[in-house]
Design a binder for this molecule. Structure first.
Ligand code: GDP
Length: 305
């Protein structure tokens, strides 16, 4: 929690502490409620969730009357957790399992998102977590458009002990993805992680490409997870991207990266609301250990300091 706090320090200062200090004012007049609303909007909580939260807080603060700092903290904690959702299933399906035809097969995880959001880094970090947990992992370098992406992924693979399947430069991403899963099956791997290209210049181009990758991979069996990687620092723009991707492939989980570099931690709430898909992982830095499962309680506690 200490580490999470230090990594989320920017969101903590502006969102957590900001709200607590506003709510502690002796007179909660209209101006103060407006400031509370602004604080939430600035932290990218999103319009509808902000309105809901402010309404709930107004009602509850009125009932409470005098407020001690602890009471306020408890109340805010409860309301933020209610917005984020504490009983949502956030497990990652990464374990080897038995297919319908009775054969065992690796879990297949596709990692999608716009270039620069941290897709390749996230794929590498996830491989590391899985390998550290005793799983065998095969990486598929299906981002064949960014010249350095396959090298970057392979470097991660070598570092963590996962084999990387790659194709020729500018080759067909779907065929690399297909080969990676084939290799994973042949090797008896636990998990195949497929890094994909995220060129968003045209929506139809992306649709064709990602859709094709998924369809081709599905020739081996169903895809277990499609993780959408979003850069938390991109705010509303990230939400627009999220919408486009979710129209192309059905997303099973969100990875929010770069939460260490932003005061906009409220994006966790907005993006779940926007897509109806849970945040499953968060990126808290560039290092190999900087990927964490998203745990609402720990997150809110870190925000509130
Ligand atoms: P891709 O194009 O989506 O595959 O993006 P990359 O994986 O190459 O990442 C782009 C940049 O973001 C790199 O410099 C990464 O080190 C950095 N990055 C990725 N995740 C995080 C994170 O959680 N926090 C920070 N601060 N940087 C990150």
């Amino acid at each position: 929690l200490v580490r999470l706090r230090s990594r989320l320090s920017r969101s903590q200062t502006s969102l957590g502490k900001g709200l607590l200090s506003l709510l502690s004012r002796e007179h909660l007049d209209e101006d103060t409620w407006e400031e509370i609303e602004d604080t939430l909007l600035t932290a990218d909580v999103g319009v509808a969730p902000t309105q809901e939260l402010v309404d709930r807080l107004r009602t509850r603060v009125k009932v409470l009357g005098t407020r001690t700092p602890d009471e306020l903290r408890g109340l805010l904690r409860e309301e933020l957790l209610a917005l984020i959702g504490t009983d949502t299933d956030r497990t990652l399906r990464t374990a080897r399992h038995t297919a319908e035809d009775g054969t065992a097969r690796p879990a297949v995880v596709m990692v999608v998102g716009v270039n620069g959001t941290g897709k390749t880094t996230t794929t590498g970090k996830l491989a590391r977590v899985l390998v550290a947990d005793g799983r065998s992992v095969v990486l598929g370098a299906a981002d064949t458009f960014r010249a350095a992406a396959a090298d970057q992924l392979q470097t991660w693979g070598e570092r963590v002990g996962a084999r990387t399947v790659r194709g020729p430069e500018a080759g067909d991403p779907a065929s690399v993805a297909f080969d990676a899963v084939k290799e994973g099956i042949a090797e008896g791997a636990d998990t195949v992680l497929v890094d994909t290209a995220g060129r968003l210049h045209t929506k139809t181009g992306l649709m064709d490409e990602l859709g094709k990758v998924k369809r081709v991979v599905e020739k081996h069996g169903p895809v277990d997870e499609v993780l959408l990687v979003l850069d938390a620092t991109t705010g509303q723009n990230g939400l627009v991207q999220a919408r486009v991707f979710s129209e192309v492939v059905s997303i099973t989980g969100i990875v929010l990266t770069k939460l260490d570099g932003t005061a906009k931690g409220g994006i966790v709430i907005a993006v779940q609301r926007e897509l109806g898909v849970p945040v499953k992982l968060i990126g808290l830095g560039e290092g190999a250990d900087d990927l964490a499962p998203f745990e609402p309680e720990a997150f809110v506690d870190a925000l509130l300091g």
